[in-house]
Design a protein around this ligand. Sequence first.
Ligand SMILES: NC(=O)c1ccc[n+]([C@@H]2O[C@H](COP(=O)([O-])OP(=O)(O)OC[C@H]3O[C@@H](n4cnc5c(N)ncnc54)[C@H](O)[C@@H]3O)[C@@H](O)[C@H]2O)c1
Length: 421
Amino acid sequence: MTGTNRREFLKNGLLVGSALLAPVSLMNVLATDNKSFKNNTVRLGVVGTGSRGTYLMELINSVSEQEGIEIVAVCDIYEPNLNLGKGLAPKAKAFTDYRKMLEMKDLDAILVATSLHQHAHITIDALDGGLHVFCEKAMARTLEDTHAMALAHLRTGKILHIGHQRLFDPKYLEGMKRIHDGVLGQVTQIRAYWHRNNDWRRPVPEDKPELERHINWRLYKEYSCGLVTELASHQIQVANWAKKALPVDVRGTGSISFWKEGREVHDNIALIYTYADGTQFIYDSMVQNKKYGFEEQIMGHLGTIEFETNRFFLEDPVLPKPAGIAQLIGNLESNIFGKVPIGSSSWAPEVASQYKGEPLVPVDKTDGTLEQMIGFARSVREGKAIDGLFEQCYYGSVWTMLSQEAIETGKVISMPENIII
Ligand SMILES: NC(=O)c1ccc[n+]([C@@H]2O[C@H](COP(=O)([O-])OP(=O)(O)OC[C@H]3O[C@@H](n4cnc5c(N)ncnc54)[C@H](O)[C@@H]3O)[C@@H](O)[C@H]2O)c1
């Protein structure tokens, strides 16, 4: 396919070639033999040793021997967090300026887990300095920065791996395979949501109120798009992966409906995406009720997948028939006889199916974050990115930014052609 054709496809919301990202390509990466890695350690620097950075460091430490990964440098501009990083990598060199870290001679890659608005310049400087980069999602605070990161990746040929761990989660890999094999039939609706019930604030030292914006960066527009970049970004990527496509447009709304304590980002958002085949993706997120938690529901005419809870449902499952007495009790309990007047038309109550479904994978013991770090280290060692992985994440971040634009402008937003790669 020529470059022009490819762009034309992408413009119309159709992912092509390697950007389709077959789940099997991710499974293959993890299935490769790592025994030869022993004498070829991947030397990693971590920029941003806050909550996520230190969590990723713990995971890396847990496999550093078997995977041959060593954290040789840590960097943070906030001393208490830099100390956390040093505690997890006592032999690593410590920095407060990432540019000094990039000058190290024996670094293979860096991991960026800073606040969102810092991702782009750190990543671009590292790629231009000849290093591979793992950068947490979402890619950047603005569409321009997101695009600039992609251009730096293409310009340098260095790996840019974005932290969408669901791409390495076995239940997602299995579920995506079934969706792409047509097991759900024609998928025409996706619903996803992420609900929490807390103010999302982190404590600020009483004697240092000036640290409020640094510590609670998620709540301020200069640094973050709040729920859109922090939570929805994951689920937008999942929807596109399931559809093997990009939306043609998005519309949305957002409000500060509950936490009116000075935050600038919305605490309540709703978005609708349309795909070229007519599929609707309906999304919402809030932080004032947690009853429904989080989920992505992929709905086809033959079945449904609920990824977060590892469930697969057929529309018409062949279930063992309950014994007569159990069936009668079931009918009485669901008030079937009360609801259907004898002798009337064939009306039946359309309440949700009580069918509990089946697990996608028998044991659900990982969310893919560890596997993602292993996948990154293996591709760094080979000097070769996993085919299609970057594009999948890039367009996820692009649509994350377009979602924010839809909420802020109240307009129906489509992807501008100039950011297609
Ligand atoms: N993939 C996931 O599921 C997931 C989960 C949580 C967070 N994240 C992402 O991880 C990133 C970090 O989130 P967090 O919760 O750890 O935030 P955090 O505030 O706990 O940590 C960010 C750290 O970066 C440091 N920092 C900021 N600018 C820096 C700079 N220029 N140089 C060096 N250090 C700098 C801060 O001092 C802080 O220690 C965000 O992009 C977030 O979206 C991803």
